[in-house]
Design a protein around this ligand. Sequence first.
Ligand code: UDP
Ligand code: MG
Length: 325
Amino acid sequence: MSKPVLTIVVPCYNEEEVLETTIKVLETKITQFINNNIVSEKSNILFVDDGSRDGTWSIIYKESLYNSKVNGLKLARNVGHQHALYAGLITAKNSADCVVSIDADLQDDETIIVEFLQKFNEGFDIVYGVREKRDTDHYFKKTTAEAFYKFMKKLGVNLIYNHADFRLMSRRAVEELEKFEEVNLFLRGIVPLIGFPSTSVYYNRKERLAGETKYPLRKMLSFAFEGITSFSITPIRFVLFLGFLSFFTSILFGTYFISLKFLGETETGWTSLITSIWLIGGLQLIAIGLIGEYIGKIYKESKRRPRYSVDIDTLNLKQSLLGRN
Ligand code: UDP
Ligand code: MG
């Protein structure tokens, strides 16, 4: 069997402080794989500059000029980690058999890429890097991340627990990913939806090499919100549920207060006022919830997600075998 071409995709945003080290580390890795006959000598690293404002692009560009293993893709503006990564994956799949995505700060353990490749050779299309511990994360990040994964699970979204975007994907998995045309990208949720054979490799996350996190609280919150609203219409259902709750409460209260009125124990006007507040409130929430349900449907339709992905088709298999003979 011929050796696979590997491309390591690295999204970078204002990463001048770490980039030179990252290039060295990843290039050594690739050279090592090539020397050990694990991957083809055409394997390379693709740095995606996500509209950085510092010297990131000039480092990538200079390196790519004389280093055949390093390529660069400069995005015209900052589009965020997920879109930058996507751009890298789609570009890489044209020449690579498998693509590994890793952050520029090398927090993810590059030494386990060799295990990713072993799994790929065993026939897995997707290999998730999963954090064993979160020792290097601050208490706040750790607890909020855990709460987020739990909440997503409650909402019925299939996420790989403690997996960030450090993973290997085969070319056909990236091609399948391309069929998800949605603009709101939440790769951690979409990749498991592809459904091709997948497995996990465990590692410990390190400290950031240098520089600050490019995911401040504001970006983290919007990322979490994106994740929730891109994959679930449960929040809309919750409104409908509240509506019914308020409606039935109004009926219960209403009956109770009206009976009190007949016993002559209430202020004038109070019964009708309190009952109608709950009733109208309930009806309004039900109406909003119902409209929400339809908007939810439109929302799902508008994503135009593929209905299915074919893993094996023996007809094709036979044809390609016959074609070879
Ligand atoms: N990143 C990006 N665009 C952005 C923000 C971040 O391409 O708008 C990249 C960043 O350069 C890094 C990766 O996404 O390679 C993850 O960011 P970071 O390490 O700052 O996140 P953290 O590890 O703190 O969650
Ligand atoms: Mg990081």
